[in-house]
Design a protein around this ligand. Structure first.
Ligand SMILES: Nc1ncnc2c1ncn2[C@@H]1O[C@H](COP(=O)(O)OP(=O)(O)O)[C@@H](O)[C@H]1O
Ligand SMILES: [Mg+2]
Length: 294
């Protein structure tokens, strides 16, 4: 609790521009959804108006981790034109949730028209949220590149398995080359200790900065903790169900590190600029008049 109060006091001192953070990993099952769901609760506790977007479209993990059963999901916005405000559900501790909807095949690969609809819908939320966390699915699919490319900063989750590290590097590579993502926060999940977590980060950082134009920052690490599994079973984020467990303490420290510093670059143009960025190249060419009138 002390940590939450400290974080809240710190947040109140600074005027906060909208911040959008995408959570990615490469390999699945490394803890993205749990880390996103818990960071969202901690951000909300710290006074940020927080929206978590479940971008693992078609699978709907976040609502399960939160133990909520939203009536609507993103499909209702994209397919049936429902206003996004009506689709957003309430999660624990005031966190707002844009649900992914499960078993929705049409969302597993968004087409350009759907992406544009999503961008337009999200622009409307700009004034009512301080923080958007985007929990993406596994792999380096089109949706993941789109969502992370549209965020200001990526939060990369890795675990000590060698495959996690190679997949994380592949993810950094694709995101930097295809989406222009330059800044990556790294969280090492399921590490046995601080030293090993830093070793893993260093390996990834060395390779990435050698071959790519990117900057990686060690944000924190979370130990393997049976309470994570228990909290998943209980459908309540671990920072709520086991607030003093080793993983919860580590998540608090990670949140503190993440939210105590301003984003690596501010969002001058607001959400509109951000979410529209990816469309510029593909749509500008088509929409630009062939000759300038007048
Ligand atoms: N720090 C941890 N300690 C123990 N088990 C964990 C930890 N983080 C994740 N897990 C386990 O891994 C599973 C997958 O996590 P999840 O967040 O769904 O991964 P992802 O979203 O990357 O696919 C969880 O259900 C949980 O049982
Ligand atoms: Mg997940």
């Amino acid at each position: 609790m002390d940590q939450a109060i400290g974080l809240r006091e710190m947040m109140n001192k600074t005027k906060r521009p909208l911040r959008v953070i995408g959570v990615a990993s490469g390999k699945g099952g490394v803890g993205k959804s749990n880390i996103s769901a818990n960071l969202a609760v901690l951000a909300s506790r710290a006074g940020m108006r927080t929206l978590i977007i479940d971008a693992d479209l078609g699978l709907a993990n976040v609502e399960v981790l939160y133990g909520i059963k939203p009536q609507y999901h993103l499909g209702h916005v994209l397919e049936w034109g429902m206003p996004i405000q009506e689709v957003i559900a309430t999660g624990p501790e005031g966190v707002r949730v844009l649900p992914a909807g499960s078993g929705i095949q049409s969302l597993t690969r968004l087409d350009d028209a759907q992406k544009l609809k999503l961008v337009t819908a999200l622009e409307q939320l700009e004034d009512s949220v301080d923080l958007v966390l985007v929990d993406t699915g596994a792999g380096i699919g089109d949706n993941v590149v789109f969502f992370i490319g549209a965020t200001q900063e990526a939060l990369l989750v890795v675990n000590p398995e060698p495959t996690s590290l190679t997949d994380a590097y592949a993810m950094v590579k694709v995101l930097s080359l295809q989406a222009g993502t330059r800044f990556f926060n790294v969280v090492v999940n399921c590490s046995p200790n601080d030293g090993q977590a830093k070793d893993i980060f260093q390996k990834l950082s060395n390779v990435a900065s050698r071959f790519l134009d990117v900057k990686l920052r060690f944000l924190g690490w979370v130990p393997r903790d049976e309470n994570v599994h228990r909290s998943v079973m209980a459908q309540q984020p671990i920072v709520m169900s086991f607030p003093n467990s080793p993983a919860s303490r580590a998540l608090n420290a990670t949140a503190h590190q993440l939210f105590s510093e301003p984003p690596p670059y501010s969002l001058d143009g607001g959400m509109k600029l951000l979410w529209s960025r990816l469309f510029k190249d593909s749509h500008q060419a088509q929409n630009a008049p062939a000759v300038v009138a007048g």
